[in-house]
Design a protein. Structure first.
Length: 74
């Protein structure tokens, strides 16, 4: 599956799920974790779910960046 946010995932025949971010492997899920991920991906925003599962979600600098003068609306 492909999406414009940079994350994609592939479900393999053996039940393994591979999550790729911008062409690089970000996570490989197997067994119960893969099944739980697939359930979540079908019910929520796929990009947000994949970001959360790979750990690439909210590093803590978002608030600081929002207040930076460069990012202020003019």
């Amino acid at each position: 599956m492909s999406a414009p946010g940079g994350f994609t995932y592939t479900e393999r025949a053996d039940g393994t799920v591979r999550i790729v971010h911008r062409g690089r492997a970000a996570a490989t899920l197997r067994g119960a974790r893969a099944a739980k991920f697939l359930d979540e991906i079908r019910t929520g925003d796929p990009q947000l779910v994949m970001a959360r599962w790979t750990g690439a979600y909210k590093f803590g600098n978002e608030r600081t960046a929002r207040r930076h003068p460069r990012n202020q609306r003019r």
